[in-house]
Ligand binder design. Sequence first.
Ligand code: ARG
Length: 587
Amino acid sequence: MTRLADQLSALLGDAFAAMELDPALGRVSESDRPDLAPYQCNGALAAAKQAGKPPRAIADGVKAHLAATAPDLDIEIAGPGFLNITPSQQLYSARARVISADERTGAGQVETPLKVMIDFGGPNVAKPMHVGHLRSSVIGDSLQRLMRFLGHEVTSDIHLGDWGLQMGQLITELEDEQPDLPYFDEAFTGPYPADAPVTIEDLARLYPQASAKGKEDPARQERSRKATAELQAGRAGYRALLKHFINVSIAALKEDFSALGVHFDLWKGESDVNDLIPGLVEDFKARGVAELSDGAWIVRVAREDDKKELAPLILVSSQGSALYATTDLATIQDRRDTINPGLILYVVDLGQSDHFEQVFRAAVKAGLASEGGLEHVKFGTVNGPDGKRLRTRSGGTFRLADLIEEARERARARLAEAGLGETLDADALEDVARKVANAAIKFADLQNYRTTNYIFEMDRFVSFEGKTGPYLLYQAVRIKSLLRKAAGEGLEPGEISVSAPEEAALVRRLDGFHGALMRAHDDRAPNHICEHVYGLSQAFSSFYAACPILPEKDEAVRRSRLALAALTLKQLELGLSLIGVEAPEQM
Ligand code: ARG
């Protein structure tokens, strides 16, 4: 399963070795000047110093050696001693056949598979999800797909925000609306009703109501705070209510996420580790990891060489409550005890960088995790046309559900324009609209390196032209229809044999799949996958324009090209699946 650049590196390495030079000098990469040759090696320049010979002389020696040992390569020497390498058609053909016979179209696996936990999504109970949660979901889902594909044992966890002040706000607001519910009666001994006293619509209404009142009235806010503390301390009626709130929220979230094609293995939340907190705090105190400061228990995490001062982590506030960082630490302990992952990735916006730095350092200090075992996979913001964080027209935070509906609306309009409505029934059409909308939203997000902020432009995202998700779907659909037509004419793909330069270029792209996936893996950055599938589509377009398939008269050539098209589709769909995008049959 050797990639072309690696095959070439081995051949050139031998040539360097034959001249008593380090074979590593023979490393070949894709060329910066594809107009001259597709591959290059700059080793002769580096070797010149070691060998005390002019680079040109070394390049001549390498070329002479390869002329005898590797007739499949055409070597040109450029400038002071750059080696420009063009593989023969046979080499391309052989590589293409190997990729074509491989289920994974050339993608390998990681050398050291780990147990990886991915913490992403992170919506908050009762609060609507916003575009920050969208980015986390889209990036996190792509990473879980990629890491699984590359051989890691992945567990994903949504890590719901279900333990903060918003719970006290909901409880008190519900109490004002329905004071007779048994949850508020401290004398009630249970059992509490099995049916939830609220719907998701109630929650969506109660939270902003309570939040607005609290902002105006400090006493009202204090009630919410007190209820939160009582909930955390274990008040039975409040715990029962919490369960209902969480269940109602999860049911609604499951619907949203499944429409988006995003999956979580675990639906745990902050509240799940509450019972671990007292023990954790005691342990931190006993071992001197935590210290008392102004009535609060803190963990000092600053280091001497820090460029910017990092505040201590607050483990227990002076009012005695556990905070966001405390639940994150307890969650690390829980994950260690239940799953024991070698790596935990947190896909969370970069605004929380200090929080994670504090948590990671405290966890390492306390021996809950090892250095490097916790990683904050940060991302930037989604902005409006004004360059500021995306808001709705009325100035509120953008809701995920509205955004998805808007994308679908546009997709439906676009599909109607294309006349697809006449050939598909309503359900099938809606399924295509969903796929197009998801592709538009996900690709628009993932094609940027994750820390880059981007501007939300729905019109551009749903366009079928340019570097967009729908363009890629369109390319996949075009190949599918070509293959259907070929099958209808009784044509079968055959053995690949490369002759045109556009075919060679397509094979080079196909051969780059593994490298792109590894870059995405190493940088935790799905944009490398996006680059790959986009480049592949473009290479296919050039190939298809230059190399007719169905009209081709030569049977062997036609079947070879058909095989190249089928292979491109297979890799394209595989690549798309790793960014959570699915191509329809028609569009
Ligand atoms: N619920 C949090 C928020 O909305 C995100 C949770 C991120 N994950 C974590 N382990 N802290 O900001």
